[in-house]
Design a protein around this ligand. Sequence first.
Ligand code: ADP
Ligand code: MG
Ligand code: MG
Length: 256
Amino acid sequence: MALLEIENLHVGVEDEDIHILKGVDLTLDTGDLHAIMGPNGSGKSTLASVLAGREEYEVLEGSIRYDGDDLLELEPEERAEEGIFLAFQYPVELPGVSMTNFLKEAVNSVREARGEDELSSTEFLQQMRERADMLGLDADLTKRSVNEGFSGGEKKRNEIFQLAMLEPRLAILDETDSGLDIDALQSVANGVNKLRDGDRGFLVITHYERILQYIVPDRIHVMMDGQIARSGDKDLAETLEEHGYEWIREEVAAAA
Ligand code: ADP
Ligand code: MG
Ligand code: MG
C-alpha cells in the first residue's frame, strides 16, 4: 500500500518569487526505503521540509497523500503525531532540556495521538535502555541535554535513537550521513537497518553514494532542478558514483 503519494508537487518560498520544486512525483510503499540523491541545491531538503510542514514553503500546485489522507491539511505537530519523523540535516541543540524529558514528551504525544496510554517513567526508561542497547549507544548520551556539546557523529546517532523511540511510520533522514567518519556512518546505517520493517517507510536523502553501501534502498531517485530526473534500483547509486550527475542533466536536456 502507498504510504506516501506525491503528485506534481510545485513548491515556492512564501512571499517570494522563488520556485524550487517543479513537479515532483514520488510514491513510497509501506515497508520500503527509497533514497533521494542529487546535486546540492536540487531541492532535496525543500522536499523534506514540505513533508514535515515547515511554514516558510508554499505549495503552489500538486498533492501529497499520506496514508490515504491529504497531508497538506495537517499542521506540523499533527504530522509528527501521525507518525512522520524528520531528522534534520543540522540537528538542533536544546541546552538545559535532557534527552530523557525531551523524548518522553515527544513519545507520549505520539502515543496519545494513536490512542495509546502514556508510558510511566519506569516504562519509558526501560524502553530507552532497550533501544539504546539495540543501537549500541552509550546510555550516558541519553542523560545529557539534547545535542548540547555532542560531536557531529553523536548528533547523528542521536537522531537514529530518536527515530527508534518515536517509532514513526514515515522516517525522513536528510543527509544524516554527511560529515560522518566510517564508524559513525556504519553505526547510523546499522540503526536504520534495524528499524526497517514492513510497517514503516523511509526516505533517505543523501548527497553521497557511500551510505547506500550499507543501507540498500528499494529504489533510488535523482533530484535535479526541482524534479525527479531519474529513478532506478540500487545499482543506480554505483553509476552515479562512477559518472556523477552530469549525464542525467544531458539526458533530460536531450529529451526536452
Ligand atoms: P538540496 O537539499 O538539494 O541541496 P535545497 O532544497 O536546500 O537543496 O535548496 C534548493 C534550492 O532552493 C536552492 O537553490 C536553495 O538556495 C533554495 N532555497 C531553499 N530554501 C529556501 C528559502 N527558504 N528561501 C530561498 N531559497 C531557498
Ligand atoms: Mg507492507
Ligand atoms: Mg539539503
